[in-house]
Ligand binder design. Structure first.
Ligand SMILES: *[C@@H]1O[C@H](CO)[C@@H](O)[C@H](O)[C@H]1NC(C)=O
Length: 643
């Protein structure tokens, strides 16, 4: 049972791994014997501490932050070209002075020997060690990793990065790892003779107090007790490294597999199945309730119409009370009445549609293996690009919605669609970046990247959105199936469960439950830099979320209309959008349970990014709820006769 289940699981989540790596831009590099293999360095990132299983910081630091005393190349480190998404996600990749020659073992090589720590730097490094910061090296584009064990399954996998140091059991003494044993596995290619490829990089950091650079011995490094970081400064620090090349049978195409580890896949798998069942059950429930109720309603309404006709001809004698209509038909003259703030609603709907298509495409791309982990930040780049290009869809949907509700101020609608939601997102992003920047962390997005973002936004997204709006206003909108009456109907007091707040809170909870399974892994990968790749799960989750959002919102709208309350538009949007608020709340819960960090910057960053994600989910799910309800109303009012 176990292997087959696992096989299925792997098939689903690693659909892409088999062929993802032959894409243009990620072609394998082959090296001759003794050819230099590039080692680049990335930022130091916080990781989950081993003692309390919590994350103690969120900002990352540049590798060449002077306090670390890491060695830079003589001519100064150079930036390695990166994609936009990679930069936005905090990668800052630069060259290094390490010299790794394919197949040539080195032992105890010192780089920039004898750097002296001052007090401030020593304290800085000590607190980074305390917060379990990791060093991130890339060798031939492959992250140097540590072997980690999954405690639940006992499996070993590669966890990118290795610790900067460790804290001794007394909780005070900090040991700095100043020696790195780099173990590289290489594979002999069968295509060309004498060509080798890097397939795995493991680093085993250690600490030694002896200044080994003075007299490197052959074979083994001298061992002189750990290097205890002196927090008063004045200490001489030398970083050394050894390189061991091992021949391996691992093929280049599978070199990422060990990094893509699902912690406890069976739990993941079962919760996904249960939420799928839950969603399907909900769908069945909603559709059967609605189908039966609606069928009866529609039949009754249409029968009454016939009776009315007979009545006029004087051939029928039916009790008066049977003719009395009730329920949703009564509000036929008001359901398509324009809601309050049609401008705001249509602008959000436009952005929601844009997000909807973007997420769909991104997840589908990832699923078919278009976005491999070897292309750093590709996922973010692709989604940004898609969002930009889909500006057309945003403008179109916004214009259509606005036109449907008889909006007059077309220019304002055209202008605000590309600026409202992206403007909120960008402003928040910019403000958070100011905080990071003020802290001197490497996580701050460089000004040039910011300008590039603004450029893409203004010169590609805005024109596309305006073109979409123009098009949307040109195309005639279909007439609603029932005409809107001149005078709004009186709304009778409804049951308490349909009051705005409880109904909105309830509607969002179901879609949220459906995506809850996937949220924890996403949050973990977001804040700890673990590679996220379970796109099969994500794809299913996205489908379930759409389904549950649509179902619950339709149900809410149906109940509202049965209570003769026709103000459904905002209720549907907010009710479905509540999912975003729950996502924000769960992110805060994640903070409480998994993260413990002091400092205002970390807290602001965390809350800020969580709010940003929550806001986007709000706009997305809100739009799904609204559009599905609108479709539903079109259907049901189209099937009854109204004089
Ligand atoms: C390099 O070191 C590895 C690991 O100790 C060893 O297996 C390999 O034979 C060494 N290679 C050479 C050329 O000495």
């Amino acid at each position: 049972m176990r292997p087959s289940r696992r096989g299925l699981l792997l098939g689903l989540i690693q659909l892409h791994t088999a062929h993802a790596f032959y894409l243009p831009g990620v072609a394998p590099s082959s090296y001759d014997k003794e050819q230099l293999v590039p080692l680049t360095v990335n930022t130091l990132t916080p990781s989950i501490s081993r003692e309390d299983a919590q994350l103690h910081a969120v900002v990352s630091y540049d590798y060449y932050h002077p306090a670390f005393r890491f060695c830079a190349p003589e001519e100064g480190p150079k930036w390695v070209r990166e994609s936009l998404g990679s930069i936005l996600f905090g990668d800052r990749i630069r060259t290094s002075p390490f010299e790794l020659k394919m197949g040539v073992n080195e032992s105890c090589k010192a780089i920039c020997p004898g750097k002296v720590m001052d007090e401030k730097s020593a304290q800085f490094v000590a607190s980074r060690i305390e917060q379990a910061y990791k060093v991130n090296l890339l060798i031939d584009g492959l992250p140097a990793a540590e072997v980690a064990e999954d405690l639940t399954t006992g499996e070993f996998f590669n966890s990118p990065g290795f610790p900067l140091g460790r804290v001794e059991d007394d909780g005070k003494t900090k040991i700095l790892y100043n020696h790195w044993d780099i173990v590289i596995d290489y594979h002999k290619t069968t295509l060309a003779a004498g060509k080798y490829r890097v397939v795995q990089v493991l680093v085993q950091p250690s600490s030694t107090a002896v200044n080994r650079y003075i007299e490197p011995q052959k074979g083994a490094c001298p061992n002189g007790g750990p290097l205890v970081l002196n927090e008063n400064g004045g200490q001489t620090i030398t970083y050394t490294y050894s390189v061991y090349w091992r021949e391996s049978t691992m093929a280049w195409a599978t070199r990422w597999d060990k990094y893509l580890h699902v912690s406890d896949p069976s739990i993941h798998w079962f919760s996904l199945i249960s939420s799928t069942c839950f969603a399907l059950l909900l769908l069945a429930l909603v559709s059967s309730i609605l189908a039966r109720a609606l069928h009866k309603d529609i039949q009754r309404y249409n029968r009454l119409d016939n009776i009315n006709l007979d009545d006029l001809n004087g051939t029928s004698a039916v009790d008066d009370d049977v003719q009395e209509d009730s329920g949703w038909k009564l509000v036929h003259g008001d359901v398509f009445r324009s809601p309050r703030y049609p401008m705001l609603l249509s602008v959000m709907l436009g952005s929601g549609a844009q997000l909807f298509v973007m997420v769909g495409f991104t997840v589908a791309f990832a699923l078919i293996g278009f976005l491999s982990p070897s292309n750093r930040g590709f996922l973010t780049t692709v989604s940004l690009l898609l969002y930009t290009l889909l500006g057309f869809v945003g403008g179109y949907v916004s214009a259509r919605a606005y036109k449907t509700y008889g909006g007059e101020n077309w220019t304002l609608n055209m202008a605000s669609t590309p600026f409202f939601v992206p403007g909120i997102v960008f402003t928040m992003f910019f403000l958070m970046n100011l905080f990071v920047w003020s802290k001197g962390s490497a996580g701050a997005v460089p000004l040039t990247t910011m300008l590039a973002l603004v450029g893409i936004w203004f010169f590609i997204s805005v024109p596309l959105s305006i073109a979409g709006s123009w098009f949307g206003f040109k195309v005639p909108v279909p007439d609603p199936p029932t005409r809107v009456n001149q005078i709004p109907r009186q709304i009778p007091p409804g049951p308490s469960s349909l009051r705005p707040i409880p109904s909105i809170l309830l509607t969002g909870i179901l879609p949220f439950c459906a995506i809850f399974v996937e949220l924890y892994p996403i949050l973990t990968s977001l804040w700890t830099g673990r590679i996220y790749y379970m796109f099969g799960f994500l794809f299913i989750c996205y489908g379930i979320m759409i389904l549950t959002s649509a179902c619950t919102t339709i149900l809410l709208v149906y109940f509202l209309l049965c209570a003769e309350d026709y103000r459904w538009q905002w209720r549907a949007f907010l009710g479905s959008g509540m999912t975003g608020v729950y996502v924000f709340i769960i992110a805060l819960w994640f903070w409480v349970t998994r993260i413990s960090f002091g400092g205002l910057t970390g807290a602001i960053l965390y809350v800020g990014y969580s709010a940003l994600i929550g806001f986007l989910v709000f706009v997305l799910t809100g739009s799904i709820g609204f559009v599905s309800s609108y479709w539903f109303l079109f259907r049901i009012y189209g099937s009854i006769k109204v004089d």
